[in-house]
Design a protein around this ligand. Structure first.
Ligand code: PEP
Ligand code: MN
Length: 250
């Protein structure tokens, strides 16, 4: 059984719970987040995702709204009562994001950014450590150890797919990491079916598989109009698609 990680007084991750985290790839503007917030609150989702600092492959792609994005997330949190998960890429942003973020996300590209891991290890915030796209399970556990060694034990792992020769999907979702990590550690383990597949039509089967394997939850990208999303539209579900997924899993 996974350890229990308290997010707030009424919400925890791990310890036999199954949590569905949802939200857009990136915070784009207030209206987008307000629509998503209203919808997810109605659905009963408790944790909202949304990137303010975006690690983009191309430096000319939308990089996220930065602090302004965190402020929008904070307004939506106040209005609808979510806990917020968002990525931090730079140790210099840890202090300024402290009051805005409830769970710090460490992205795939930063799984072995040891300075970042150490600094986040010094905070007492829950942290979701995504698997590096070329990382073995052992390397991933060692990365978690960097955080734990600094005193922060509130670590959640997230399988988000690895790079293989297969290019039909964006990544190859290595779902066997779920039972393997259950065997060798007690960290809660989430699955990201959105980045793990890169294709919206595969998000439901990947999510069902994650639940069948006793994952502690999933983190899913949604958007009111995926075809207009500034990032990751191909893998984002619209509201109807998310509702169908949610009903099937809960
Ligand atoms: C994300 O969750 O938006 C993201 C960038 O994921 P990853 O770090 O897994 O690519
Ligand atoms: Mn994304």
């Amino acid at each position: 059984m996974s350890r229990r990680i308290e997010i707030n007084r009424d919400l925890h991750i791990g310890d036999k719970s199954f949590n569905i985290i949802a939200g857009p790839c990136a915070v784009e503007n207030y209206k987008q987040m307000d629509e998503i917030g209203e919808f997810l609150q109605k659905m009963g989702v408790k944790i909202l995702r949304g990137g303010a600092f975006k690690p983009r492959t191309n430096p000319n792609s939308f990089q996220g709204l930065g602090l302004e994005g965190l402020e929008i997330l904070y307004d939506i949190k106040q209005k609808y009562g979510f806990s917020i998960i968002s990525e931090i890429m730079d140790p210099r942003d840890i202090d300024s994001s402290h009051d805005y973020i409830d769970i710090i996300q460490i992205g795939s590209r930063n799984m072995q950014n040891f300075s970042l891991l150490k600094e986040i290890g010094k905070t007492n915030k829950p942290v979701m450590l995504k698997r590096g796209m070329s990382a073995t399970i052992k390397e991933w556990i060692m990365a978690a150890e960097y955080i734990r060694a600094e005193g922060n034990e509130k670590i959640i792992l997230c399988e988000r797919g690895i790079r293989t020769f297969e290019d039909y999907t964006r990544n190859t979702l290595d779902l066997m990491s779920v039972p393997i990590l259950k065997e060798i550690s007690d960290y809660p383990i989430f699955v990201d079916p959105s980045h793990g597949t890169g294709r919206k039509e595969l998000v439901l089967p990947a999510s069902k598989a994650a639940k069948a394997l006793d994952a502690d939850g999933i983190i899913v990208e949604i958007h009111p109009e995926p075809e207009k999303a500034l990032s990751d539209g191909m893998q984002s579900l619209n509201f109807k698609e998310f509702e169908d997924l949610y009903k099937e899993l809960i």
